[in-house]
Design a protein. Structure first.
Length: 99
């Protein structure tokens, strides 16, 4: 479990490191006003960036249980942990709905 969290953190750090460079190179590659020599050079540089730095590979994980599925982004908690917190009455104003 701990290794998955550390792997996720490494992916996020690699993404933040290369994000600006990747956006600038994509802009140069797609801009038709720039000469083709610069665009080819930018395409080669873009291909040379780290492959594992894609943000799509980073998973949202629960802060307390490290669960990868069912995580609510707003709270950064899994639905199970959030339900436990609500049921213990730690969050004011939240009541259990009874039908």
């Amino acid at each position: 479990m701990k290794s998955l969290r550390s792997k996720d953190i490494k992916i996020r750090e690699a993404f933040l490191k290369t994000e600006r460079r990747r956006l600038a190179l994509k802009f140069v590659c797609n801009n038709m006003l720039i000469s083709s020599n610069y665009r080819v050079f930018a395409r080669k540089k873009l291909e040379g960036l780290a492959k594992g730095s894609s943000y799509a590979k980073a998973r949202n994980r629960c802060v307390s249980s490290n669960r990868p599925k069912g995580v609510l982004r707003r709270f950064k908690l899994s639905r199970i942990k959030l339900r436990e917190i609500f049921s213990f009455g730690l969050v004011p104003g939240v009541k259990k709905a009874v039908w």
